[in-house]
Write a protein that binds this ligand. Sequence first.
Ligand SMILES: Cc1ncc(COP(=O)(O)O)c(C=O)c1O
Length: 425
Amino acid sequence: MTYESSIYHLLQITSMSDPYFQGLFAERIGGSRYGKGGDIYKFEKIKRAKRKALADHPERKLIDFGIGENDEMAAESVRQVMAREINQPQNRGYADNGIAEFKEAVARMMAREFKVKLDPVTEINHCIGTKTALAMLPAAFINPGDVTLMTVPGYPVAGTHTKYYGGEVYRLPLRAENYFLPDLDSIPADIRAKAKLLVLNYPNSPTGKVATHEFYAKVVDFALANQIVVVQDAAHLMLSYEARPLSFLEVPRARDVGVEVHSLSKGWNMIGWRLGWVCGHERLVRAFADVKDNCDSGQFIAIQKAAIAALDDAEIPRRTREKYQRRLKKLVEALRHCGIKCQMPGGTYFLYVPSPKGVSGGPAFATAEECSQYLITEHSICTVPWDDAGAFLRLSATYEATDEAGEDVLMAETEERLKKLRLVF
Ligand SMILES: Cc1ncc(COP(=O)(O)O)c(C=O)c1O
């Protein structure tokens, strides 16, 4: 493009009211069109619909199965350590790549829960939540044209950053007929040749599927055969119901092919505290730590110390697991009474159910999104739609209820509202 034509191009796409930098935004966030699109992010649409439902029907209780965050505070014992440590002058500074005591607590926990022995110095590094680790790991691998294999529906962060670096995302649909596991054999040879990362997430959000030892063994073989690095996102791991939590690193040779990314958010009710860790192959952990060192200066040391108390207390994740398992069982039962086909998820606090095609004598829904919008606007029931691999609704058991009786009242109300609809599948 000549100088004149590029100026002409800029004038065409920017308007007089735009700031001078409108034409400077990078293509990865929309270029000169940034901030002008009418596309609304799914979760923003839900938020708006929730606000409208509350305004239009103040008399009707909003039943919120849309929240993907724990409804409880961190354990009191953990908060007490935090209260003490926040006043310690030695905790005030940059934590950089983390304190040794936190890594040692992670090593103790991984040995206790999974019989996985890790060297705390070389095979573990903290992160400010798994989200940031998933955002940083592509920086260590992805050059323009490289491929990240990612399951969909899923948590998109590693894919977004792959694209930021000029890489491509190859989507592996999680379908009910394949038990919500990716079909690794279906990946074409040219994609396998360009693939550097395989990002998995089990227990899976949003499907609730848990991985088996056999599946992970297959993943290891696949990674070795195709020379691909595995990133297993274990954010929901302590919320496993079908069987005890299974770490990818328990599987022979898993450590030779990848890392597992863990979080204190879900299993320990520490969602806002922003702490997790990356563990696995020493060279991969080091590459992550090097990228991280160029992005942040570590989580507040007082938080890391409070997290040590959390990791050393096996009762905390056990209690969290028990609570969400109880709530999910009640939800499954209530939905079944309304004709929704569903079963207890293997893990996570999400229930993933086929989206109704319509309402008897009422509207038809072409997508889960349409159904979800109808449920929230017309009946004040909030769900999250997924249309990536079939039409499904995700209902979260993280709704607010003060006690078990409160949960029962909410389930009865849900059942009453949904039964009246006579949903069609
Ligand atoms: C699958 C998955 N991975 C990662 C995260 C991020 O968790 P964290 O709070 O550790 O950043 C979430 C949060 O919802 C998630 O659902």
